[in-house]
Design a protein around this ligand. Structure first.
Ligand SMILES: NC(=O)C1=CN([C@@H]2O[C@H](COP(=O)(O)OP(=O)(O)OC[C@H]3O[C@@H](n4cnc5c(N)ncnc54)[C@H](OP(=O)(O)O)[C@@H]3O)[C@@H](O)[C@H]2O)C=CC1
Ligand SMILES: O=C(O)[C@@H]1CCC=N1
Length: 270
């Protein structure tokens, strides 16, 4: 891709996307630049990613065709104030923060700008990201194609209407955290039964990966796939019964409602 891609902020999410893009050969390393605050991050990321690293946000903003704002939500206001005059009218600005709306972005730049509100996730690092995208009205079909090409290089994408964006962290932006908790819990359960720790993580994680692939690749309903595992009078249905008694599905839905409420609360403070 013949574009310069910039990142304001080079933390966990920016690194996952940059490494994903590089692994997929979307762009050469010299087509990516990123800024951070501390010398420690600048030196560490230069060493790890071999991209142009700087503490000069304006310089990154000025040279980017696509500019990711990859700082925490609380830092958006100050960062936009700093860079807004350096950003070109043709630059596509990508927000990845929970709770920052397109209206807030447009108002902060104080002029018509191309903005895409997105919600990626950290598995982008290994090319298995899931990102929701929501462009504003200033993006052309060609601009959206550029953004989809970038995000598809490190995973999959769905274009989502803005009124649903606060619900996305719960299902894909934040959900890797609870998937890791599930894997950790299964590994603990395996260790309790005498299985060595390293093998326990491999067994649990590969079972999760395989189950997810079954849903995506067979197109079968997850309930049908679950039924296929449950031998009548067998071991699996005993586990399913215990999970139902401890409100497994209800707990997950409640956690997701809390996640969505927090995203909405972040939106309201902006
Ligand atoms: N982590 C995740 O799973 C996901 C995160 N997000 C969103 O991504 C965004 C970033 O999160 P995450 O990567 O986890 O956060 P991190 O804390 O890991 O990274 C934040 C980065 O921003 C840099 N930074 C802070 N202030 C400035 C500034 N004024 N100018 C330039 N750089 C600055 C920090 O620099 P330094 O290192 O020098 O302090 C750091 O590199 C958030 O808005 C979050 O909502 C979205 C989806 C998933
Ligand atoms: O916890 C958060 O607010 C961000 C959004 C999704 C993942 N991390």
């Amino acid at each position: 891709m013949d574009k310069h891609i910039g990142f304001i902020g080079c933390g966990k999410m920016a690194q996952a996307m940059i490494e994903g893009m590089i692994k997929e050969n979307l762009v050469h390393r010299e087509q990516i630049s990123a800024s951070a605050i501390t010398e420690e991050t600048i030196v560490a990321m230069k060493e790890k990613l071999n991209i142009l690293m700087t503490n000069d946000n304006k310089a990154v903003a000025a040279k980017s065709d696509v500019l990711f704002l990859a700082v925490k939500p609380a830092q958006y206001e100050n960062v936009i104030d700093e860079i807004k005059d350096a950003v070109r009218d043709t630059t596509i600005i990508v927000t990845i923060a929970a709770g920052i709306s397109l209206a807030v972005m447009e108002a902060s730049f104080q002029r018509p700008v191309k903005v895409v509100r997105t919600m990626p996730n950290t598995p982008s690092l290994v090319g298995e990201g899931m990102s929701a995208l929501c462009p504003n009205t200033h993006l052309t079909a060609g601009d959206l194609h550029v953004i989809e090409t970038i995000f598809n290089s490190f995973g999959k994408t769905e274009v989502i209407p803005e009124e649903l964006m606060d619900a996305i962290p719960a299902v894909s932006g934040s959900s890797p955290a609870y998937a890791y908790m599930f894997i950790e819990a299964m590994a603990d359960g395996a260790v309790q039964q005498g299985i060595p720790r390293k093998q326990a993580y491999n067994l649990a994680a590969q079972a999760m990966l395989g189950a997810a692939k079954m849903v995506l690749e067979t197109g079968e309903h997850p309930g049908y796939l679950k039924d296929d595992v449950c031998t009548p009078g067998g071991a699996t249905i005993a586990a399913v019964n215990t999970l139902e008694k401890s409100n497994f599905r209800g707990s997950i839905m409640q956690a997701m409602a809390a996640c969505t409420a927090q995203s909405q609360a972040l939106s309201k403070t902006k």
